[in-house]
Design a protein around this ligand. Structure first.
Ligand SMILES: Nc1ncnc2c1ncn2[C@@H]1O[C@H](COP(=O)(O)OP(=O)(O)OP(=O)(O)O)[C@@H](O)[C@H]1O
Ligand SMILES: [Mg+2]
Length: 193
């Protein structure tokens, strides 16, 4: 069982390989509808429409180093097994949105895993990338926006500065703790809009 954060890492790597400068990760856990939604949007080069179906096939890759691309097809397989699936919206020259849906309570649904480490690793390796992570659970939101943080830091301190990365880790940990904190009381945080 592979953690979903590893799939997120793969999706973001796809976006980066498509020359994206902006990536948005959106997670929505809707316990009322028993739905776990995972979305990655980018402003990369996109795919031709007729390539989309192929992109979900395990034998499709535009990689030159390996002849089999596993990322999207594996995610689709995993999501289908959990009563969902993968949808790809893409426009050449504009960008791509990959959306994966799972039944939240499904026995086979992998946990999100170490999303904090995943985000910090992406930022450390790509300090110039504009990255937004938005995680919604019940009525709560945790949002990390690297542009906002860059604005606070100013031009001279890069996001992959060691002290900044340490702070980011703490910030994400606290944000997630707040997000999941409401869940412990009644198992289903109240929708507050
Ligand atoms: N965000 C994206 N923007 C543009 N093209 C994409 C994007 N995501 C996937 N693709 C295209 O779909 C192909 C299949 O992607 P997939 O993640 O399944 O395999 P891969 O990235 O080639 O290999 P692997 O994930 O195993 O390293 C990619 O090679 C790429 O051509
Ligand atoms: Mg991939």
């Amino acid at each position: 069982m592979e953690e979903l954060s590893l799939h997120i890492l793969d999706l973001v790597q796809n976006s980066l390989r498509a020359a994206a400068t902006k990536v948005e990760i959106f997670i929505k856990e809707d316990l009322t509808r028993d739905c776990f939604l995972l979305e990655v949007r980018d402003n990369g080069r996109g795919m031709p429409e007729d390539f989309v179906k192929e992109a979900l096939s395990p034998f499709t890759t535009t990689r030159t180093t390996r002849r089999v691309g596993l990322g999207l097809s594996l995610l689709d397989m995993v999501a289908r097994r959990c009563g969902g699936g993968v949808e790809i919206d893409t426009k050449l020259g504009k960008g791509t949105r990959v959306r994966a849906v799972f039944q939240h309570s499904h026995w086979d649904r992998a946990p999100l895993g170490d999303i904090k480490a995943t985000l910090v690793a992406i930022i450390a390796a790509n300090p110039k990338l504009s990255l937004i992570y938005k995680h919604r659970l019940g009525g709560r939101d945790f949002i990390l926006d690297t542009e906002e943080i860059k604005g606070i830091l100013g031009r001279d301190i890069p996001l992959n500065n060691m002290a900044v990365l340490g702070w980011l880790e703490e910030y994400i940990a606290q944000g997630l703790a707040h997000l999941y904190g409401g869940e412990e009381k009644d198992g289903n945080p109240k929708e507050s809009g």
